[in-house]
Write a protein that binds this ligand. Structure first.
Ligand code: UT7
Length: 329
């Protein structure tokens, strides 16, 4: 078959919010944020920027890199927890922009595990129906700045906005698929640890929900940290074992960017030096569904990934949902 990532792209909004800016909003300081999280600044989307507009901007770059016309996309998956609307889905808005009118479109909600989950679904569609799906656009896009409580210092320091995309293409040759193994998991028993309590059918929007600040991200940081390191390490080991690959053979690990200390702890436990664990959290914070897509694109453009390299994605987020994927780029 020969399904591979033919192009990548990313987009982050222009506006930068630094740690010094946050010192004016909540009782925090630059030193605490840098040492506890690694974040130095994050991007904040403009009022007219949304998950779909950011996904489109990133997708345009991915399509240009792959040399594919947007009208030739056969399916679109957008991973997001901040869709433009409850419905229609964000992917349909992306589809409308690219005028790929017959394309099958849907959003995927797996929070920070969204990009890897969407890659799994995209690859699976292409493997199951190779004649129908030759070009599948996978996007991760989140505008978390509208879901963050800017009065809560436990969370507002962490998150930012952006989008990352990968264009999956089946070149129709006998060459092997890029995806070698994946290990994705979820555990719905931890919904209290990381969630947005209101806005869905469980607690619809009301005056009380708004006054109670229930439409914002709630996170038990310490517990999430512990679970994240364990989940990212175990799923990485599972994916590598499935493919019969050792960590020494992996050129680059691209972890979800939640906290620099999580990335360091995962790298240490996997036995990989820090220079082989990609980190750009200092610039963008945690962009949830977008983080691995943005990191992948930056790593490609910086020449840190070459064709044929083994790359390991590892993710963890609300759901809880987590998982890893090993690809030969
Ligand atoms: O992407 C989804 C997955 N998300 C994650 O994986 C995030 C995981 N969690 C984390 O990254 C970290 O737990 C946080 C960055 C959220 C917090 O770091 P921590 O080292 O776990 O700090 P903590 O919550 O244990 O708090 C330590 C102290 C507390 O003060 P006391 O009780 O020791 O006096 C907090 O009140 O730091 C205080 N604190 C702050 N101080 C200054 C908490 N937030 C801040 C802040 N500025 N922004």
């Amino acid at each position: 078959m020969g399904i591979r990532i033919a192009g990548t792209g990313s987009y982050v909004p222009e506006k930068i919010r630094t740690n010094a800016d946050l010192e004016k909003l909540v009782d925090t300081n630059d030193e605490w944020i840098r040492t506890r999280t690694g974040v130095e600044e994050r991007r904040i989307a403009a009022a007219d920027e949304t998950a779909s507009t950011m996904a489109i901007a990133a997708a345009e770059k991915a399509l240009a890199t792959a040399g594919v016309d947007g009208r030739d996309i056969d399916a679109i998956v957008v991973a997001t927890i901040s869709p433009d609307y409850i419905f229609p889905n964000t992917a349909a808005l992306v589809q409308h922009h690219f005028q790929c009118r017959q394309a099958f479109c849907f959003d995927l909600s797996a929070a920070c595990a969204g990009f890897v989950s969407s890659l799994e679904v995209g690859f699976s569609l292409m493997r199951s129906f190779p004649k129908k799906y030759r070009n599948v656009l996978v996007c991760g896009a989140d505008k978390l700045s509208v879901l963050v409580d800017w009065t809560d210092r436990n969370t507002c320091i962490l998150f930012g906005d952006g989008a990352g995309c990968a264009l999956l293409q089946n070149d129709g040759t006998d060459s092997p698929d890029s995806i070698l193994a994946s290990s994705l998991h979820a555990d719905g028993g931890y919904t209290d640890v990381l969630r947005i309590p209101a806005g869905g059918s469980h607690m619809p929007a009301s005056h009380e929900s708004v006054w109670g600040r229930k439409h914002f991200i709630y996170m038990e940081g310490r517990e999430t940290f512990r679970l994240a390191v364990n989940g990212m390490v175990s799923s990485s080991e599972e994916a590598m074992a499935m493919a019969g690959v050792t960590i020494d053979q992996v050129s680059l690990v691209i972890p979800h960017q939640a906290n620099r200390r999580i990335i360091q702890a995962v790298a240490k436990r996997l036995g990989v030096s820090e220079d082989r664990a990609f980190c750009n959290i200092q610039h963008y914070g945690n962009t949830s569904s977008a983080s691995i897509g943005i990191a992948l694109d930056e790593a490609c453009r910086a020449g840190r990934i070459k064709r044929g390299d083994l790359v390991l994605f590892t993710s963890f987020g609300g759901g809880l949902a987590w998982g890893s994927m090993l690809i030969r780029f």
